[in-house]
Ligand binder design. Structure first.
Ligand SMILES: [Zn+2]
Length: 578
C-alpha cells in the first residue's frame, strides 16, 4: 500500500506545514521530568491483578509507586506497608499490564487526512463497499461541501475498475469528492472537484503529474504530486488549533490501544525542527497522552546529509535531548519505497514486471547519509523493504559501524520485510535489530504471495521466529497511518500469521510464540526506543501501564485483537480513559 509514511506529499507541506512552522524552533523541554521517588511512602498503591510482562515474576497483587517509579511489586501483604495516609489507592477494574510500546508510527504525515473518511480495505473489504462508503458520506454532507476519502488501496481489489470520475459522480452528484490512494501517488476526483480546481478536459498535464483520460476526457484519476496539487491544493486548510488538536487526537488514539510510548518515525520531514518544537510546546501546555520518541529525518530540501545533521544539531536536537515525555532518539534514513506499492527494492523482479525496483540512494549517497547520523551519535533507524534494500543498507552499515567502536545505540531496520537467513544473521552480528510491520502479513500477505512477490518471497515476510533464533530482539509496529495502531492485533498476527483475505497461514515456520510476540510490543520495543525503564512492570521502572479486560499473557493469541483497553497511566497518573 503506502510509502506515504516516509515521503510526505507537497499537499502535507501546504496543509500542515504552515501551522507547524508557527511553533518556531524553541525546543525547550516542558520539564515533565521524572520526579524522584521519595522512598519510604508510596504516593500510589495499585491493588488488583497485575500481569507484569516480566517472565521472571509474571504476576503481582500490588504495586507501589513513588514519583512515577515502581518502588515495590508483589504480594499485597509485602507491598501495602509502603502505603501511608497520603497514598492514593487504585483498584482498577480489569487486569493491569505494562503500557504497550508503538515503535514506529507517524504523527505528521497522518495529520493531513486525519478527518477524512477511511476507505481502507480494512474498513471496506470490497470495491463496492468503498463506493458505498463514499455515497453514505456524501449523503450526510451538506451540498457543495467536500467529501474526502483516504487509504484507498486498489492493490487489494484485483479485477475491479479504477475509482473514476463517472463512478464518483454517480454516488455524489452534489458534493465535490476527492479520494486519496493509500500510496498518496494517486488522487481520484469527481466532476465537481475538478471544476472547483479549475481543471477541465483542456488542461495540460503539469510537470511531475498526469491526468488520466478516456477518449480525450478526464477520467478523474490523477497521478503524482504535480497534478494532485493542482486539484487538492485548493482544499480548505486547517487552523493552527485544528493541527494541534489533530496531534492530540492521534496520540489519544494510540493510548486507546494501551500504548504509553510511541516512536514518531519521520520527524521533520514536513518542516524540520518546528515539528520537535511543537511537540514540546503541546506537552508543556498539557502532558501528552503518550510519551513520544522522535526519529529525525535525514533529508532537508537543498541540504546535504551532513548539512541536515548540522541543522538538527544547531537547533539543539541531539541524541536523547528533550525530556521524559518528548525525546529525540534516532536518525531516520529511507532506503527504498513500499512493497505493496511495488517501489520496494528487490534483487528479483516483481511478478509480471521486469524490474525489482531501485534504491533511493547511490552507494556514496547511502554511505554519506548513514555516516552523517552516526557521526553525531544517533541511533540509525533505516527503512528497508525489499531484500535488495536490506542488503544495500546492511552492507553499507557493515562498512561503517566498525569505525565507531562498541556502543549501545541499537540501530534498527524498519519493516525489514523480506530477509534471507544471511541478512538476519549479519544483522545480529552488526547490532541492527528489526522492527516488523506485522500487518504486511495480515492485510497484504495474500496480495504479496499471489500478485506482487510470489510464494517464495512472501514466505520471507516478517520473520519474527527466525529473528529470535539468531539472537535478535524484534519489535512490531503499525507504521500508522499505513495501518491501524493496534499492537495486540500485530502480536496476534506474529503468532498466527493468518492472512485476512483467506484465513490461510503464511509460512507457519515463522510463527512466533505468544511470549515472543508480546515481548515484541513491550520490552523489545522499549529497548529499541531506548526506554529501558519501560515495557514491563518491575521495581525501578516507570509506572506506565494499561488496564485491560483480558490478560494477553494468559489468554489465547486468537482473541488478543478483541481485548478492550479501559485506561492507561503514565508515571502512575491517568493518561487515557475509555
Ligand atoms: Zn514509516
Amino acid at each position: 500500500m503506502s510509502d506515504a509514511c516516509c515521503t510526505p506529499s507537497p499537499l502535507a507541506h501546504s496543509h500542515v506545514g504552515d501551522n507547524v512552522k508557527k511553533a518556531g524552533t524553541n525546543i525547550d523541554p516542558a520539564h515533565h521530568a521524572k520526579s524522584k521517588p521519595t522512598g519510604a511512602v508510596a504516593d500510589l498503591l495499585v491493588v488488583g491483578t497485575i500481569s507484569t510482562g516480566n517472565p521472571a515474576s509474571p504476576t503481582a497483587e500490588a504495586m507501589a509507586v513513588s514519583g512515577g517509579q515502581i518502588i515495590a511489586l508483589g504480594k499485597l501483604s509485602d507491598v501495602e506497608n509502603l502505603a501511608g495516609a497520603s497514598t492514593t489507592v487504585l483498584k482498577p477494574e480489569g487486569i493491569v499490564i505494562p503500557g504497550l510500546i508503538e515503535p514506529h508510527m507517524h504523527i505528521w504525515t497522518s495529520l493531513l487526512n486525519l478527518s477524512w473518511t477511511d476507505v481502507s480495505h480494512d474498513e471496506c473489504p470490497t470495491f463496492d463497499s468503498v463506493v458505498e462508503r463514499i455515497k453514505e458520506t456524501a449523503a450526510k454532507t451538506p451540498d457543495g461541501q467536500y467529501v474526502l476519502g483516504k487509504l484507498f488501496d486498489p492493490a487489494l481489489y484485483p479485477g475491479e475498475p479504477d475509482l473514476t470520475r463517472v463512478i464518483l459522480d454517480q454516488v455524489s452528484p452534489n458534493n465535490p469528492v476527492m479520494v486519496m490512494n493509500a500510496s498518496q501517488h494517486y488522487l481520484y476526483a469527481n466532476s465537481l472537484a475538478l471544476a472547483a480546481a479549475g481543471v477541465d478536459d483542456n488542461t495540460q498535464d503539469p510537470a511531475g503529474g498526469h491526468f488520466g483520460r478516456a477518449d480525450g476526457k478526464l477520467n478523474g484519476v490523477i497521478g503524482e504530486a504535480g497534478a494532485i496539487m493542482m486539484v487538492a491544493g485548493s482544499l480548505p486548510r486547517p487552523t493552527q488549533q485544528e493541527t494541534a488538536a489533530g496531534i492530540l487526537e492521534i496520540l489519544n488514539m494510540c493510548a486507546s490501544q494501551g500504548v504509553t510510548s510511541v516512536r514518531e518515525a519521520v520527524t521533520g520531514a514536513i518542516v524540520g525542527v518546528p515539528e520537535v518544537a511543537m511537540l514540546h510546546q503541546l506537552n508543556g501546555a498539557k502532558r501528552l497522552p503518550t510519551r513520544v520518541s522522535t526519529a529525525q529525518f535525514s533529508i532537508m530540501a537543498g541540504k546535504s546529509s551532513a548539512e541536515t545533521a548540522a541543522t538538527w544539531k544547531q537547533a539543539g536536537v541531539t541524541p536523547f535531548s528533550g525530556d521524559e515525555m518528548v525525546r529525540a532518539d534516532a536518525w531516520k534514513v529511507v532506503t527504498d519505497g513500499s512493497n505493496q506499492g511495488r517501489s520496494g527494492y528487490f534483487s528479483q523482479p516483481y511478478l509480471g514486471e521486469d524490474t525489482g525496483g531501485h534504491a533511493n540512494w547511490t552507494p556514496d549517497g547511502m554511505r554519506d547519509v548513514l555516516k552523517a547520523g552516526l557521526d553525531d551519535g544517533w541511533q540509525v533507524m533505516c527503512h528497508v523493504n525489499g531484500d535488495a534494500a536490506v542488503e544495500f543498507a546492511l552492507s553499507t552499515l557493515e562498512g561503517l559501524l566498525p569505525t565507531y567502536g562498541k556502543n549501545d545505540l541499537r540501530h534498527r531496520f524498519e519493516h525489514c520485510s523480506v530477509t534471507t537467513d544471511d541478512h538476519l544473521e549479519r544483522m545480529a552480528a552488526a547490532g541492527v535489530s528489526p522492527s516488523f510491520l506485522m500487518n504486511h502479513v495480515y492485510y497484504w500477505g495474500a496480495a504479496f504471495r499471489d500478485t506482487i512477490l510470489g510464494t517464495e518471497r512472501a514466505n520471507l515476510l516478517d520473520r519474527v521466529s527466525t529473528a529470535y533464533k539468531v539472537g535478535l530482539r524484534p519489535s512490531l509496529h503499525s507504521d500508522y497511518n499505513v495501518s491501524k495502531v493496534h499492537p495486540l492485533q500485530s502480536a496476534r498476527t506474529a503468532v498466527l500469521r493468518q492472512m485476512q483475505a483467506n484465513g490461510e497461514v503464511l509460512n507457519p515456520a515463522e510463527c512466533a510464540t505468544p511470549e515472543e510476540a508480546l515481548a515484541a510490543i513491550t520490552t523489545n520495543a522499549a529497548w529499541q526506543i531506548h526506554a529501558d525503564d519501560r515495557g514491563s512492570l518491575e521495581v525501578g521502572k516507570r509506572a506506565d501501564f494499561a488496564v485491560v479486560d483480558i490478560d494477553p499473557w494468559t489468554s489465547a493469541a486468537d482473541g488478543w485483537d478483541e481485548i478492550k483497553v479501559r485506561e492507561t497511566y503514565i508515571d502512575g497518573s491517568l493518561a487515557y480513559q475509555s
